[in-house]
Design a protein. Structure first.
Ligand code: PMP
Length: 359
């Protein structure tokens, strides 16, 4: 069966080899006669599988023991509250770089728990850009600085690391595992799984253990990183099947050459798509070249009246989910790890054909 190319921002395409393995193991996981999702989370097999998934992620990202790796639930959005609840015990304000719609949501949630300072904001004028750090307010005296390395909706990405004396918290939902990162530069990383990791609902957390003890007393146990860590991510019944699937994705990434190989592929995909957009009079991208996302590429047509036809023709050509977010319109191609170069090349050919016919 040939599958269409799925450019959805999330839940997003997963590697076909992973889905095939999960299908093969569905009814009888490793000779147990049970599906993995039917097995007790306290069983040796499930505990070992969760531990193996953690070990796989640690190898991929080079995560030291100074950091906990946690599997939690509630999507990345639950961490919008969990971040201030875990780090807000002192009287310090919470600092946010507001570079797009997900930063704004994180910031709005944090306001429920304390004073929020917007230390920087991406420009609204086109091309949209992230201000250089010398134009930011200082976050040094804050409980933490939160930023969103990749804005999934806006297609804006940091290609540099902010610096501050405060702990640095990053929502890496749509960029984690797209390339190697220096985990030590961060204090807390969280990511909803449904882009480069696995099924929606699961959240991966990488937390510097030194930060334990700063939780507000109102922090629910289910959101408390230290408590989750002590329980080995099994404070309650964890999303075992999602963790198992994430583990298969981590194995697949290792088999492909790990994150350096992903970085090469992802840069090539993004470069070819942006170059097709930039060399055309018909397509446009609203983001400054230096701040463009490798993973989410928004683009507009010269005439928005043609959007519907573009999408219908793309669908018919097996290029799915190219509609931009409802709040921004236009198109968006999400080109995560599991999207091959062939998908991007096919999209580019389709765009050029469409331009010849309608441009
Ligand atoms: N942050 C970012 C950067 C995202 O892209 C998303 C989802 N698209 C979220 C947070 C919210 O994730 P969830 O739906 O898992 O809560």
């Amino acid at each position: 069966m040939s599958r269409p190319y799925n450019f959805c921002a999330g839940p997003a395409v997963l590697p076909e080899a992973v889905l095939e393995r999960a299908a093969a193991e569905m009814l009888d996981w490793h000779g147990t006669g049970m599906s993995f999702m039917e097995m007790s989370h306290r069983s040796a097999d499930v505990v070992a599988t969760v531990e193996a998934a953690e070990a796989g992620l640690r190898r991929l990202l080079g995560i030291s023991d100074e950091f906990a790796v946690l599997f939690a639930q509630g999507g990345a959005s639950s961490q919008f509250a969990a971040v201030p609840l875990n780090l807000g015990a002192g009287a310090k304000p919470f600092s946010y770089a507001n570079t797009g719609q997900w930063s704004a949501k994180a910031m709005a949630e944090a306001r429920r728990y304390g004073d929020v300072v917007e230390v920087a904001a991406a420009s609204k004028e086109l091309p949209r850009a992230i201000p250089a750090q010398n134009a930011w307010l200082s976050a040094d005296d804050s409980a933490y600085l939160h930023f969103t390395p990749n804005e999934t909706i806006d297609g804006i990405e940091f290609h540099w690391m902010p610096e501050t004396a405060a702990p640095i918290v990053a929502d890496m939902s749509s960029t984690l595992l797209s390339r190697p990162i220096a985990v030590d530069d961060f204090d807390v990383i969280y990511a909803g799984a449904q882009k480069n990791i696995g099924p929606a609902g699961l959240v991966i957390l990488i937390v510097r253990r030194e930060l334990y003890g700063r939780a507000m007393s109102a922090c629910p146990s289910m959101m408390n990183w230290e408590v989750i860590d002590k329980a080995g991510s099994m404070l309650n019944t964890p999303p075992t099947y999602s963790i198992y699937l994430a583990g298969l994705v981590f194995d697949w990434l290792e088999s492909q050459g790990g994150l350096p190989a992903m970085a090469q592929r992802n840069l090539k995909k993004a470069t070819s798509l942006y170059s097709a957009i930039d060399t055309s009079e018909f397509y446009g991208n609203p983001v400054a070249v230096s701040d463009r996302s490798w993973m989410n590429v928004p683009f507009t047509l010269a005439d928005a009246e043609l959007d519907k036809l573009f999408l219908a023709n793309a669908d018919a050509a097996g290029l799915l989910n190219l509609k931009g977010h409802r709040s921004v319109g236009g198109m968006r191609a999400s080109i995560y790890n599991a999207i091959p170069q062939a998908a991007v090349d096919t999209l580019i050919d389709f765009m050029q054909d469409f331009e010849r016919q309608h441009g």
